[in-house]
Design a protein around this ligand. Sequence first.
Ligand SMILES: *Cc1c(COP(=O)(O)O)cnc(C)c1O
Length: 454
Amino acid sequence: MTSNNPQTREWQALSSDHHLAPFSDFKQLKEKGPRIITHAKGVYLWDSEGNKILDGMAGLWCVAIGYGRDELADAASKQMRELPYYNLFFQTAHPPVLELAKVIADVAPEGMNHVFFTGSGSEGNDTMLRMVRHYWAIKGQPKKKVIISRKNGYHGSTVAGASLGGMTYMHEQGDLPIPGIVHIAQPYWFGEGGDMTPNEFGIWAANQLEEKILEVGVDNVGAFIAEPIQGAGGVIIPPDSYWPRIKEILAKYDILFVADEVICGFGRTGEWFGTDFYDLKPHMMTIAKGLTSGYIPMGGLIVRDDVVEVLNEGGDFNHGFTYSGHPVAAAVALENIRILRDEKIVERVRTETAPYLQKRLRELSDHPLVGEVRGVGLLGAIELVQDKATRKRYEGKGVGMICRTFCFENGLIMRAVGDTMIIAPPLVITPAEIDELVTKARKCLDLTLSALQG
Ligand SMILES: *Cc1c(COP(=O)(O)O)cnc(C)c1O
């Protein structure tokens, strides 16, 4: 981006000379220079040019309680002075990790009382893969290794995470997926439903799970992993028929069900977990992001009691990370969950802000560029199309990126996934800030439409 501030140019030079940014075209970013974000408060960010931006993405889906909460900084500082680090490998533990495991068990679905901590969501899913295979080996069924996942799902970017995910552009770089991971269709009616009704398509997509189990052989399948609502794939809300049919299939076959709750967890849907929202009763849940509101990295895997009972019979689990259960991260997570509970933030999302956001967002459906508006909780998606009736896209125009650029220029962060605009604001967003978000979104849709016509 062009700059009026000499300091911005200095920072951009450092980026160009020394930094390699995640999920970026290095050369393009070098030429363009990143926007430098300097500080933040509540739902707003400021860049080094003095622009104030409404963060409709809560960072990367993570800043649940909003920016600038001193309590989290104080919790980190106190813990760093007391015990900045100690490992959990030597039959040792420390108070913050134990207290956090208990608090997570309190808010997790009934019967999910144990947590294995990691440094990120990707590491949580790596842990899951290892734990699922270990579990079946203990049960005398070591062949049950295959994990079924979904196309266009996102489960992180380690080798296992990217393999579990169904992003073809990630698979193409590095010979992924690794063996033992297979993918089925996603429940994305708007993009792939064809002539079926949403509910017909939901049943069809769910039935792909049963077909894959039978194709691979139930004796070879260890688990099915899915996000309750696909986030990075484009805020894909399955048709109402999808999860009930998946539940029937899971009940029929002896495999584990893993919910990747990295986005849905900790209140995003108005329930503590996406699996509460859909009543899914998983064996394991991957967590990260909202766990610490992104103030510090931390992830984990919540494990159901019946699975833990089996693992208890298996001797050593030969897996863990230097930073598993890091005391500073645990102290920050504890304070984050305390705020979510004491300030009744999840309840407020459910009863007040989610219904309001969903109502206001749907008002954008009348816009000529909008083919569908959908959402649950504080998650939303706006599909940009050339033809509303046939759901035909503007081919090859990069409409999503055009719209995203207008958003940034007009003080709003909306992310583009292809031609789907998505939002996931901090859970503390107020009705007045929702009004601002929707007003800005409409303005950017107008600008995008003019650009296409011009
Ligand atoms: C972000 C994300 C991950 C990966 O988490 P990292 O902390 O980036 O490793 C995994 N699953 C889902 C659903 C995510 O959105």
